[in-house]
Design a protein around this ligand. Structure first.
Ligand SMILES: Cc1cc2nc3c(=O)[nH]c(=O)nc-3n(C[C@H](O)[C@H](O)[C@H](O)COP(=O)(O)O)c2cc1C
Length: 358
């Protein structure tokens, strides 16, 4: 257990001290929202959405980061206090350690202790579904009285980690069992995105949502490079599917709810993701850097994102988030090339209003 706990601490230390973000963008720089003369009052703009039956103030989730260690307890407490103040969902980091060491459970439970009303998302890796029984997974959910469960899928990280689980055989089959748990299931990457083929498999497994956690933000090839100092890892620094591309691929080929995360750093990107059809967005790394100090800085950062989202909504004549989903969107550059090669019709995104009078 000490190994697992230390590994998670090492990840945090590296993420705080080194630049672990991909050099290439998450693709949202290739997405342009068409500027309009608004016919709305800025003060009446409403960023709230329904998130699995709970009304939240903005489509922004605190993505899974940590748990398991005393240091994580402080981070999780600050993130939870921020989530409570902002009325947004919060996820915990992988709870695997909580099955091995009961002491570590405090660092996860702290989130629920902050508030009974928080929308909390539990977390376990897909590789662990082979190791643990459904009763044990249920224990993780009950531990924090979770409202949903993230199953993280992280093959790049596992294959580069010296202690990683490199046997993914039959992992996907395990999603059939997890489906039997009475809770929304969200399958999530950790920084390399999903393609449409895998999204379609998840849909067949009847999971509820996908969080693409695509390329363009925190990159675990970079994190593992700093842990192992292995030069051969460098060529994987830009491996994966950009967040904006992964979002569109998953939306085009499934009817699942799709969360856009991976390098989301401002409210303009949130507006773009929502305009493309995202269910919500998620942020991790910038919040970790703030939550080690206090919760107020996390609140300030996310409030800034919400203010930017509102401004982008004003400038696209969108009073509600649903209105954003009707805004005309231009897709250019690398993202356009990719989608065209994948036979995805991008014209419909830029001509939505043709079918409407406004
Ligand atoms: C220090 C750190 C630890 C993480 N641990 C987990 C984890 O335990 N489970 C998980 O699903 N994702 C984990 N992630 C991935 C994030 O949830 C997110 O998908 C990824 O960092 C991309 O988002 P970002 O660019 O906003 O950081 C972690 C990220 C960081 C920075």
């Amino acid at each position: 257990m000490e190994d697992l706990s230390l590994r998670k601490l090492e990840h945090i230390k590296i993420c705080l001290e080194k630049n672990v973000e991909s050099e290439i963008s998450n693709g949202f720089d290739d997405i342009i929202l068409i500027h309009r003369v608004p016919n709305i009052d800025f003060e009446e703009i409403d960023t709230s959405i329904d998130f699995f039956g709970k009304k939240i103030s903005a489509p922004i989730i605190i993505s899974p980061i940590t748990g398991g260690h005393k240091f994580s307890e402080k981070i999780n407490k600050n993130l939870a206090l921020a989530a409570k103040e902002l009325n947004i969902p919060i996820a915990v980091g992988s709870q695997r350690i909580a099955l091995i060491n009961k002491e570590s459970r405090k660092s996860f439970k702290i989130i629920r202790e902050v508030s009974e009303n928080l929308f909390v998302i539990a977390n376990i890796g897909i590789a662990q579904l082979k190791e643990y029984s459904m009763d044990q997974i249920q224990e993780l959910i009950d531990m924090i009285d979770a409202n949903a469960l993230y199953i993280h899928v992280n093959p790049l990280q596992e294959v580069l980690q010296k202690e990683g689980n490199k046997n993914f055989q039959d992992c996907l089959e395990k999603l059939d069992d997890i489906r039997k748990l009475n809770i929304p299931i969200i399958v999530k990457e950790v920084g390399t995105g999903f393609c449409r083929e895998d999204a379609m498999i998840f849909e067949k497994k009847k999971i509820d949502a996908i969080d693409v956690a695509g390329l363009g933000g925190t990159n675990f090839a970079i994190v593992e490079y700093y842990r192992n100092k292995k030069e051969i890892f460098r060529d994987f620094f830009n491996w994966g599917i950009k967040t904006a591309i992964s979002l569109i691929e998953c939306l085009e080929f499934t009817n699942l709810k799709v969360i856009a995360s991976g390098g989301i750093r401002n409210g303009v990107e949130v507006a773009k993701a929502m305009a493309l059809g995202a269910y919500a967005t998620g942020v991790a790394l910038p919040l970790l850097k703030l939550a080690i100090h206090n919760h107020m800085d996390v609140v300030k950062y996310i409030n800034g994102m919400i203010e930017q989202l509102k401004i982008a909504m004003f400038l696209t004549n969108s009073k509600r988030i649903d209105d954003l989903k009707k805004v005309d969107v231009i897709i250019k550059g690398f993202v356009k090339d990719w989608l065209e090669q994948r036979n995805i019709d991008i014209k419909k995104y830029s001509n939505r209003r043709l079918k409407r009078s406004t």
